[in-house]
Design a protein around this ligand. Sequence first.
Ligand SMILES: [Zn+2]
Length: 157
Amino acid sequence: MLTAHLPSGYLLARGLPRTIPALLPVALVGAVFPDLDMIWFHLVDDRAFHHHRYWVHIPAFWLTVAAITLPLAALLGHVRTTAVFFAAILLHLILDSIGGGILWAAPVNDHLYTLVTVPATHGHWVTNFILHWTFLAELAIWLAALTLWWQRRKVAA
Ligand SMILES: [Zn+2]
């Protein structure tokens, strides 16, 4: 997924009870957090590996972190907010699975599981994704998020 992680976090937050502390910022940060590996991907590894192979894109890593963090958060009274973060991470990984591939079975195997393979039929990989039908999912997420945001804005005014 190229562009719709941030609005997907907004949609996630809109679907949850507003009583959860820090709901929107946590959902937004969690929805984009795995792609922070792009910094390492570009600046350190010189794009040598698919960035979905970094630990922040591996479900088993987040499962382990959640198994450790959620009980601690429960003890501290922050379990709902922490759960929102992990839900946003999971949403990110699911959306990346549409055309990008995720290591869902790691460490059992190193296969990038993807719902649809986006063929390299155009010059640049970004063009391949934008001109592929799966990009309609990104547009739909943006449209839904902007519509809900606009409706809430009108109600608040
Ligand atoms: Zn990603």
